[in-house]
Write a protein that binds this ligand. Sequence first.
Ligand code: SR1
Ligand code: MG
Length: 411
Amino acid sequence: VREGSPLYQPLDERGVAAYVAALRLPLFAEGEELRGVDLADGNVNLVYRVESVADPLRRVIVKQALPYARVVGASFPMPLDRARIEARALTVEGEICPGFVPKVLRYDPEQALVVMEDLSDHLIMRKGLIRGIVYPHVGRDLGHFLARTLFYTSDLFLDPAEKKARVVEFMNPGLCRVTEDLVFTHPYEDHEGNRWNPAIDDAARAVRADQRLKEEIATLKFRFMTEAQALIHGDLHTGSVMLTPDDTKVIDPEFAFYGPMGFDVGALFGNLAIAHAAQAYHAPDEDARQRYRTYIESQFRELWDTFAAEFVDLWRREARPEWPRGALPEAFLLRVLRDAAGFGGTKMLRRVLGLAHVEDLESIPDLEARAAVERRVLAIGRSWILERGNVGRVDDLLALMAEGLARPLVG
Ligand code: SR1
Ligand code: MG
């Protein structure tokens, strides 16, 4: 782990422009004037767009890790090594799934930064869902991305020694610890980092007193920590996807490591379910709400159906010969679906009760209106976790979503 290079220096807008100029990328002419624009929007890093002053359409993104989480500050240390993880994961994913991740132009271990393709014409998926934009192919694209990245990095495809070398290469203990704490531990106990809407005090107390739920979450945490199934993205919420109507890009794999496949699928499921519930506020009227919820449900199904069909197809055609074809691929996928239900449920609970919240909910200004949505998010997340053993098809998760919308969690 390359921590603490004496040359490491967090960049500002001027510094990042000078840094990129010195790289002499083919995109920019020698001596051309460049400008850095601060774009930091996520929780954790510095992000800049660097563009030609004369022709701003020629531009790149520079993402630099800070030794702590940007939104919290020095009290929340995070290792700089995550820039290496991100650069490598983007490279591996780009080889497996060309065109689905931004191109890496440079990785600089000393400055803990990655220079990559600019995606300014794309919109963060979470924002698109809040605005009610229809992206016709996003479910299919994400299912395709998941099937290929998870299959080709797993023991189903890789030589066992090669796979173990990759487990070592992608050891990411610092960021895994963030997930272990923020997704699987702190939200369900009295922890100073937690925050929640005071209008759901009773529901927050009820979750923290629910022993059966907490035992299931501990079981999921253990799976997260021990099931090195594939190279997973590790933080695949809807803020880690950028979209145009015709193009899907998966960004930001700094949390990548060898973990359970269902964690990535579940992250998308959980965040789609949050977007679905939040339509109660964001949709302009009842008709639009119904239409957009139906759209989200269709993408949810499409994501799973594409993932499952392509994963089984890859297994039958390309798995190493020691892995039986027969009924095993489908049985394996059922376990992934149940894991996704459980992990997706924890992702929902943590966004209401833990440290890091999401715009779908935070942008609802009236606390009572927000509470009404949050109680539904809690009910759905809880049922996905507790009922996951009975889930047999993706429609079972959608049915639990409908039940949670009808029966919000109260204390
Ligand atoms: C300090 S905030 C950390 C969270 O932001 C990232 O997006 C991950 O979801 C992480 O849990
Ligand atoms: Mg992120």
